[in-house]
Structures are given as structure tokens and as C-alpha cells.
Design a protein around this ligand. Structure first.
Ligand code: AMP
Ligand code: MG
Length: 407
């Protein structure tokens, strides 16, 4: 029988220090060329500058008449009609006007247009209700985007508007950072596949699936490494196999003080353990190591602990690996809508529902905060950082919260 240890050989590291230690090991992955027109969710690896002006010729901003402002308020002859698809090149002379539709190129000679609502047209003559200045209602060259202007920055997370911008500029290929490959290994003699039989007392593997889902939500590609029983050689082989295929390896379980908690010694053997204990609830034994330039996170076995530790330590690293200029989730200051009891010995990330009322963000606990109670994460859109203490915190207490979802 092997021994249970009473004291961890690893120093207790504060949360902020642990996060900084992780980020210090992260450099963006290489870039790849991708389809710019389906690039949402990806991070730009280069700055994109406009290759042309938008619009490229002066255009009418409304439906109406193109004319020469210098002709004043006198009636004009209507000599042409220009629709949005018309070729530029028509010319109008003094006391002439052209019917023009929104988006049609302005005729040469015209320096302004007047919306149809401010006009009358009778017997081929145009009468206008107001005097115009040069440029009125004209969509000028480069008004929306100027040639050479940087429109998207390296590190930007691309969304629908960015895809639209690239389409506007005729950019169909763009350089994006590669998505990190994240391999996930569950450990534990008691852990079984969710879809198979479950002997009495066995636990279905929720962590591997939840962690893979979280990694994909964070923009990664996932690799499942299955479940490794609590055996040193087997877990070591599974980890080495995972490292061959992945940029980041996540393990679940086996990092506590039990006799079958083997992850820390394995990581110490195959790489460098940067921390093995964090001063926080609910994930004290969270472990971070590197081996051959790859990141390895040993996450705790309890489902809440593993997902909260993922949020706090892993997710920012996964975002930074794909070059995101803003790898952290937004942090807000929230007030307690009901009293809460802090943990007496460690700062704790409590799962909360954040909501916006009366110009304040309020935090309401999702109920029992036990580490096995995965349901406490359901519906939560925030992780409230509650400092250690002996006294109950009253309603209205302001605390920092990581926003994990929309308000
Ligand atoms: P450990 O850290 O390995 O001692 O695991 C602590 C507890 O977490 C176990 O007793 C299980 O109840 C639970 N657990 C471990 N691995 C998983 C998993 N993959 N999915 C769900 N629960 C797990
Ligand atoms: Mg275990």
C-alpha cells in the first residue's frame, strides 16, 4: 500500500501570481491563411489595411437629382437618369440635372445632389426648394474607408462586422493565428464513460466532456485522451501520447494528497512543475507544468473545481495562445444582493448570477457552493472573488467578478 502525504511539497501560490506564471509561459502559435469570409471567431495575425477607397467614386447618398450647386435656385433641365449600377462618366452642364438613385455614381460636373422630397419635376424641368452647397448629400471618395487606413488590428477577435469589412475590401484570404489543440485526459479508477454501464459507486466522466466543451468555446480544437486508471506508468504514457498531438494538455483528477494522486509526480518527471498549489477555492491542488514547450494543467477531480480552475488559469492562456489581444474575460465590480459567508481560510470564486439593476451590477449566489455540485455552475454568468474571512459579508458589499457570460 502506498502512503498518503500530510504536507504538500509545493508552495502555496496566490491566484494572481499563478495566473501571471501561466501567462509568462505563453506565446502566440503560428499563423495560417484562412477564408476571410468565414473568419468569425478567429484572431487576426496581421494588421489589415484598406487596399482601396470606399466608396471609390463619389456617389449619391439618397434618391433625388444630381446638379451643380453654383446654378442656384433656377430651374434645370433633367437630362439623364442614373441608377445604382450605372457606370461613372456621364457629364452634366450648366442648368442641367440628372435623376439619380441612392448609390449611383455622381455625374461629372455635378457637385451636389438634392433629395427628391425637396424638389418638383414638371415638363422635364426640375424645381428645387432649397439652395445647395458643394458636396451636399454626396457620399465622397474614401468617406467610409480611406485607402491605406488600418481597418483591423493584429490580435483582433473577428466578428460579423469584420467579415463584412473584409468582403467590402475584396479580401478573401487573411492570416489568423492557429487554433490551439487541447488534449484532455480524465484519471481515476472510479471514473467511467457516460454512455456505458456504471458500477455502484463509480462516477461518470463529466470533466473530460465539460473541459473539452470549455476549450472549444475558448476557440480550441480538442482531442480526447480517454480515461486513465490510477496507475503511474499508464497515466505517464497517456500524458506523453497527448503531448505528441497537442499544444496544451489538461488532466482531471489525481492532483490531491491521496495515495493514488499521481499527476504531480509524473509532471515533475517529464517536465517542469511551475506551481502545484494555489491559494484559492475551489481548486487548491491545481497544477501547472510545461514540457517541451507545451502547457500542462493538472486540474482537480471535483467537477466544479476543474471548471472554475479552467476559467481562472487555463482559459486566458488558450486565448493568448491564439493571439487574442484581450485574453482575459471582462472583470466588473458587483454588489451582493444577499449576504454571503466567505471561506475562512482561502479566497473563493463563488458562482453567481450577475444582473444589471438601478445602475448597479448585482451578484446573487447560485446556491450551495460545494465542489461536486456542478449544478452551481448552471445559469451562473459570473465568478465572484470572495476574500477569505470570518465574517458574513452584508448585502451591498462590492466585490470583483469575472464575467463568464452575458448580463
Ligand atoms: P481526485 O482529485 O482524483 O481525488 O478526484 C476527486 C473526486 O472528483 C472524485 O472522487 C470524483 O468524485 C470526482 N471526479 C474525478 N474525476 C472526475 C471526472 N472525470 N468526472 C467527474 N467527476 C470526477
Ligand atoms: Mg482520482
Amino acid at each position: 500500500m502506498s502512503e498518503m502525504r500530510r504536507e504538500s511539497p509545493y508552495q502555496m501560490v496566490p491566484i494572481a501570481t499563478g495566473r501571471a506564471m501561466v501567462m509568462a509561459q505563453v506565446a502566440p502559435l503560428d499563423a495560417e491563411e484562412i477564408d476571410a469570409l468565414a473568419a468569425e471567431g478567429r484572431v487576426l495575425a496581421t494588421t489589415v489595411s484598406a487596399p482601396e477607397d470606399v466608396p471609390d467614386v463619389p456617389k449619391s447618398a439618397m434618391d433625388g437629382y444630381a446638379l451643380r450647386s453654383a446654378d442656384g435656385r433656377w430651374a434645370r433641365r433633367v437630362v439623364a437618369e442614373l441608377t445604382a449600377g450605372a457606370q461613372p462618366g456621364l457629364r452634366i452642364g450648366p442648368d442641367e440635372a440628372a435623376r439619380i438613385m441612392t448609390g449611383a455614381p455622381m455625374p461629372e460636373g455635378a457637385d451636389a445632389m438634392i433629395p427628391v422630397e425637396l424638389t418638383e419635376e414638371r415638363d422635364g424641368l426640375l424645381y428645387i426648394q432649397r439652395e445647395l452647397s458643394p458636396g451636399d448629400y454626396v457620399h465622397t471618395v474614401g468617406q467610409d474607408i480611406t485607402r491605406g487606413q488600418p481597418v483591423l488590428a493584429r490580435g483582433a477577435l473577428l466578428g460579423a462586422a469584420d467579415v463584412g469589412l473584409m468582403a467590402t475590401l475584396g479580401l478573401t484570404r487573411v492570416a489568423a493565428f492557429r487554433r490551439p489543440r487541447v488534449a484532455v485526459l480524465a484519471t481515476g479508477d472510479e471514473v467511467v464513460e457516460p454512455g456505458g454501464p456504471r458500477p455502484a459507486g463509480a462516477v461518470r466522466d463529466s470533466n473530460r466532456y465539460a473541459l473539452m466543451a470549455a476549450a472549444r468555446e475558448a476557440g480550441c480544437v480538442t482531442i480526447s485522451l480517454g480515461i486513465a486508471p490510477d496507475d503511474y506508468a499508464g497515466q505517464r504514457a497517456a500524458i506523453l501520447h497527448g503531448l505528441e498531438q497537442a499544444d496544451v494538455l489538461l488532466t482531471s483528477g489525481g492532483v490531491s494528497m491521496g495515495s493514488r494522486d499521481l499527476i504531480k509526480p509524473i509532471l515533475a518527471e517529464i517536465g517542469t512543475v511551475h506551481f502545484g498549489r494555489i491559494d484559492f477555492k475551489p481548486g487548491k491542488p491545481t497544477t501547472f507544468a510545461t514540457a517541451g514547450g507545451k502547457l500542462i494543467f493538472g486540474l482537480p477531480g471535483y467537477p466544479v473545481s476543474s471548471l472554475v480552475s479552467f476559467e481562472v488559469f487555463v482559459r486566458p492562456a488558450l486565448r493568448a495562445l491564439q493571439g487574442d489581444a484581450r485574453p482575459e474575460r471582462p472583470v466588473v465590480r458587483a454588489r451582493l444582493s444577499a449576504p454571503i459567508r466567505p471561506s475562512p481560510d482561502r479566497p473563493e470564486y463563488q458562482r453567481v448570477v450577475l444582473s444589471w439593476r438601478e445602475d448597479t451590477i448585482w451578484a446573487a449566489s447560485t446556491g450551495g457552493q460545494g465542489s461536486s455540485r456542478l449544478i452551481s455552475m448552471r445559469g451562473a454568468n459570473g465568478l465572484l472573488l470572495v476574500p477569505a474571512g470570518d465574517e458574513i459579508l452584508p448585502v451591498g458589499t462590492g466585490l470583483e467578478a469575472i464575467m463568464t457570460g452575458a448580463l
